[in-house]
Design a protein around this ligand. Structure first.
Ligand code: GTP
Ligand code: MG
Length: 370
């Protein structure tokens, strides 16, 4: 079982990541900044810096309850999960809106109108893509900080009538740090003052070399506003997805990530979840962060009831006893009592944290601080 990353541990101990990396090195463990550490390594490295790690009962219980790895023959292809990032006003929302409006499931009447944190679209060729419609930045920072790697592919939108801007660079840095392949959408090429080559050049200046220029980063000129070439962009997403060979086992109890959650008047707590493994079914007992409950109903992105949701499928569920935080992991438990016990322990730990003295690091505390 792996816990926090090198850089998270470093920031908790107030030392640089480099110091942690070299401490690991001297213990014979080669690590990178974003690598998660095993319990043994964590304990030894923390000790080098004069800290003692407390593994709480809940951490251990959780680790014990962790899923068995799937065997190769149980794995089936799943749809890619895509996040759109980029500088302010460069056209992220326009792109997501266009995709959502034009790629509704064939034969379904009405597109997706209300805001939803994630949706799955079916393209004309029958293939599917799941888009996360949370601010891309948030999807990366908040979710990754909670240990949830959600995105398979990042679309970086850059307006061709502008420049590669600070948030463009930040988005690229996030994708690179997470090891998520990116596809550059050079947007607003319909504009008279658009200069796509300038964008390609500015990208190359930061070592992001697009394919047309002999590099290995896919790029596509588009107009999100008018929909020009958006289908070509989506084809590139699918091509990238194919290279990633995304697979998961649909035939087990579901686990995944909370995308967003809120209290809804009349319906109670409503949580949008993204299933990453297994299949979520109405009636399942779910633990999500500190919250738990039996899934009373599941809705798709159009608000239509559904019975089951497999890997890469986002679903809105009713029935939790509260609103978990975006990025919290969720898991189905066969045993309702076990789920409740862990939920209660998590809550109790969070309360105790406020009175605990420093110098002792708990993993739960880490989850709270980063
Ligand atoms: P924030 O969410 O504020 O960061 O912006 P955004 O990246 O979501 O940009 P948004 O889609 O809201 O677009 C910003 C403005 O650019 C809007 O007025 C859009 O109509 C316009 N716009 C977006 N894409 C295009 C395009 O391809 N061509 C033209 N001409 N305008 C575009
Ligand atoms: Mg927007």
């Amino acid at each position: 079982t792996e816990f926090i990353t090198v850089s998270e541990l470093a920031s908790l101990m107030n030392v640089s990541a480099t110091e942690v990396i070299s401490a690991c090195f001297s213990l014979g463990v080669m690590v990178t900044m974003n690598q998660r550490l095993e319990a043994d390594t964590l304990t030894l490295v923390a000790d080098e810096f004069g800290y003692k790690i407390e593994f709480s009962d809940a951490d251990i219980e959780e680790a014990a309850a962790e899923e068995e790895p799937d065997s190769e023959e149980d794995l089936l292809p799943r749809a890619p999960i895509v996040t759109v990032m980029g500088h302010v006003d460069h056209g992220k929302t326009s792109l997501l809106d266009y995709v959502r409006k034009t790629n509704v499931i064939a034969g379904e009447s009405g597109g997706i109108t209300q805001h939803i944190g994630a949706y799955n679209v079916k393209l004309e060729n029958g293939q599917r893509i799941t888009f996360l419609d949370t601010p891309g930045h948030e999807a990366f920072t908040a979710m990754r900080a909670r240990g949830a790697q959600v995105t398979d592919i990042a679309i970086i939108v850059v307006a061709a009538d502008d420049d590669v801007m600070p948030q463009t660079k930040e988005a690229i840095a996030h994708a690179q740090a997470a090891g998520v392949p990116m596809i550059i959408a050079i947007n607003k090429v319909d504009k008279a003052n658009a200069n796509p080559d300038k964008i390609r050049e500015q990208l190359s200046a930061m070592n992001v070399l697009v394919e047309e220029w002999g590099g290995n980063v896919q790029a596509q000129e588009i107009s999100a506003k008018f929909g020009n070439n958006v289908e070509l962009l989506l084809e590139k997403v699918l091509l990238q997805a194919e290279l990633l060979e995304l697979k998961s086992n649909p035939n087990k109890q579901a686990s995944g990530v909370v995308i967003e959650a809120a209290l809804d008047k009349g319906r109670g707590y409503v949580a949008t979840m993204l299933v990453q493994n297994g299949t979520l079914t109405v009636g399942d007992y779910v633990l999500a962060g500190k919250n738990h409950g039996k899934v009373k109903a599941m809705l798709d992105e159009r608000g239509k009831p559904m019975e089951k949701a497999g890997p890469s499928i986002p679903v809105t569920i009713l029935g939790l006893d509260g609103a978990p935080t975006a990025g919290d992991k969720f898991r189905v438990f066969a045993d309702e009592k076990e789920a409740k016990t862990i939920a209660n322990k998590r809550e109790q730990l969070q309360r105790e944290q406020s009175i605990r003295t420093k110098k002792h690091l708990t993993l739960d505390e880490i989850g709270r601080r980063i």
